[in-house]
Ligand binder design. Structure first.
Ligand code: ZN
Length: 308
């Protein structure tokens, strides 16, 4: 399997201030572990800058303009209590969008079997017109719309195993049955959405987990609800919102996943992509705030993408 890794040095230049969990060291830890000899076959690509046109498919122009004009010339400003803008934040977010859309182009053109985007800031909390929860633009949603608008793919599935519910992705596709959104997440927890009865047009599958749950509950949610929903939906493209904050070491939440759980779920989703989507699968980094847990679980995930 050829896996393409998208990255750009600007992802470490989005600054969030001392003590902020969504910090540049996260991406450094991810890139450091992917430097290991075990990953020498990764096909490394520089993330291009994304287009405004691709962003406008998910976020109103006025919202994008407001974010751009809020960028400080120096120092930092707050969008909300935990979402921060620094001078390079807009450019970092644009390259995150560019990486996500280029990852779609790559797997559609069969230049690689699958792709992993190592970017920050993350995206799944960004709603249509609200940046929140460390997120500016919703990269997974933009990638899904790009696949439909540019490549003519009809059905896109987004599977989100970040420990937080992807309220932004759910918001964007709430009344759009051409996109299936499936999420496992700890509940109750930020942002408060993600109950089982939030179903959109039948295209939203929320599988909340309880504090203390581990890989057993995660796998059961996949087996009983998410994998059957994916087979019913038969996606043309599989997108993973790959957060690693359900790892047992993570300080922001209380699930107990181990590296092997992410490896298992990756393999299951690759099989879904093989069954329905001619193998097309991309994965986008979301959260993960313990550097060691983030690095080791990302390594397990990418290793599985590379080996099938
Ligand atoms: Zn998260």
């Amino acid at each position: 399997m050829l896996t393409r890794l998208f990255h750009h040095p600007i992802f470490a230049e989005h600054l969030t201030g001392p003590g902020h969990p969504e910090r540049p060291d996260r991406i450094r830890a991810v890139m450091a572990v992917l430097e290991d000899e075990a990953f020498h076959l990764l096909d490394r690509a520089e993330a291009p800058e994304g287009s405004l046109e691709s962003i406008y498919r998910c976020h109103p122009e006025e919202f994008v303009r407001r974010l751009a004009t809020a960028i400080p010339e120096e120092g930092m400003v707050r969008v909300d209590s935990d979402t921060i803008l620094s001078p390079k934040s807009f450019s970092a977010a644009l390259h995150g969008v560019g990486a996500a859309t280029a990852a779609v182009d790559t797997v559609v053109a069969k230049e690689a079997e699958n792709a992993f985007v190592a970017a920050r800031p993350p995206g799944h909390h960004a709603e249509r017109a609200t940046a929140m929860g460390f997120c500016l633009f919703n990269n997974a949603a933009i990638a899904a719309r790009h696949a439909q608008a540019v490549h003519g793919l009809e059905r896109v599935a987004i599977i989100d195993w970040d420990v937080h519910h992807g309220n932004g992705t759910q918001d964007i596709f709430w009344s759009d049955p051409s996109v299936l959104y499936c999420s496992t997440h700890q509940m109750p927890l930020y942002p408060g959405t993600g109950a089982k009865d939030e179903v959109g047009k039948g295209n939203i599958v929320n599988a909340p987990l309880a504090a203390g749950d581990g890989g057993g509950a995660f796998r059961e949610a996949f087996r009983s609800r998410i994998l059957p929903a994916l087979d019913d939906f038969s996606p043309d493209l599989v997108i993973i919102s790959a957060g690693f904050d359900a790892h047992y070491r993570d300080p922001l939440a209380n699930l107990k996943f181990i590296d092997k759980d992410f490896d298992w779920a990756t393999a299951e989703l690759m099989e879904v992509a093989d069954r329905h989507a001619d193998g097309r699968l991309i994965s986008l980094l979301e959260g993960g705030y313990d550097l060691e847990g983030l690095a080791s679980s990302t390594a397990a995930h990418v290793k599985r993408l590379m080996t099938g």
